[in-house]
Design a protein around this ligand. Structure first.
Ligand code: IPD
Length: 299
């Protein structure tokens, strides 16, 4: 078994542990009690975020003692970290914490593994909708380990103009006008008609989880993701899933670098523009049995 596959298999174990915990919290009566917020009142953390991250770190340290770990809640607790060449696990125990608290079903655990600063494994698990998005570098991206992504054939809906685009963006957790005005104005430009200087995109969605936003692009349900503000733990796993599904992304720090040049893509830049597969999925790729079933049931 290759090293990457070993990391992948273990990331699945951690994701299943986290997924079960998320489900337990989501359906419990106490999820909205004991809420804490971070720097901003709308940036929430619950006991579940903290407990899942603590246990995930313990699991990874027991299995791979020499690996580094970057976690959202460890960062919030003041732990210093940097992205190095060492194998590094990048964890968001609950991406979409506000959704979790409100029982809005876009909630996931996100686990990325990086080697030499490049993503090699990405696992994003939404236990509420039972959707597991995964990728290993060079091996494609999958939904529930069976259905190759994108699910929806990109040749059937090639985006020809912004008018045909479904855009996903987010307001993030900050509520000060200096943070929100540029975001609102970017969303306005995505939405407003071309004759009034905008792009006139078909729809703008805010789902509340950067990782799941990117997975919507990977499966072909949306075309563009733009956000100013996500941290590396929000996007680490999902950007590999997107890349392996044929999509790409650029960051504000290196606008000319695509994810294909991942050694130069800046995962720390915190402004990301991502686009789903624009090139057709190679027609020589045979459909799996599951894809045929899915295609038939959608025909
Ligand atoms: C947040 C969510 C949100 C995005 C923020 C993230 P969290 O993560 O992904 O959609 O707008 O940028 O920080 O706090 O729920 O893990």
């Amino acid at each position: 078994m290759s090293e990457v596959t070993e990391f992948y298999n273990f990331a699945l174990e951690v994701a299943h542990y986290g997924g079960n915990k998320i489900k337990e919290g989501y359906y419990s009566q106490t999820v909205s009690s004991n809420l804490q917020s971070k720097a901003d009142p709308c940036d929430l953390v619950t006991q579940y975020d903290q407990e899942i991250e603590r246990e995930a770190i313990k699991m990874i340290k027991d299995k791979f003692p020499s690996h580094r770990i970057i976690g959202e809640e460890s960062d919030a607790a003041g732990e210093k970290w940097s992205l190095t060449d060492d194998p590094t696990w990048i964890i968001d125990p609950i991406d979409g914490t506000s959704n979790f608290v409100h029982r809005f079903p876009f909630v996931c655990i996100s686990i990325g593994v990086f080697v030499k600063k490049k993503p090699v494994v990405g696992v994003v698990f939404n236990p509420i909708l039972n959707e597991l998005f995964t990728a290993q570098v060079g091996k494609g991206a999958y939904l529930n380990q069976k259905q190759r992504l994108p699910i929806f054939d990109p040749t059937s809906a090639v985006v020809k103009s912004p008018r045909d685009c479904m855009v996903i963006s987010e307001f993030g957790g900050l509520r000060d006008s200096a943070s929100l005005l540029p975001k609102s104005s970017s969303m306005y430009k995505f939405a407003v008609a071309a004759q009034e200087g905008g792009l006139g995109c078909r729809g703008i969605r805010c789902l509340g989880s950067a990782a799941l936003d990117l997975c919507q692009l990977a499966q072909g349900s949306a075309d563009v993701y733009w956000e100013a503000g996500p941290y590396i733990w929000d996007i680490a796993a999902a950007l590999l899933i997107l890349k392996e599904s044929g999509g790409f992304a650029i960051s504000s720090a290196s606008p000319n670098m695509t994810l294909d040049q991942a050694h130069k893509f800046d995962f720390l830049a915190r402004t990301v523009l991502a686009v789903r597969s624009l090139a057709p999925v190679p027609s020589d790729r045979p459909r799996s049995q599951q894809e045929n079933i899915a295609a038939d049931s959608h025909a």
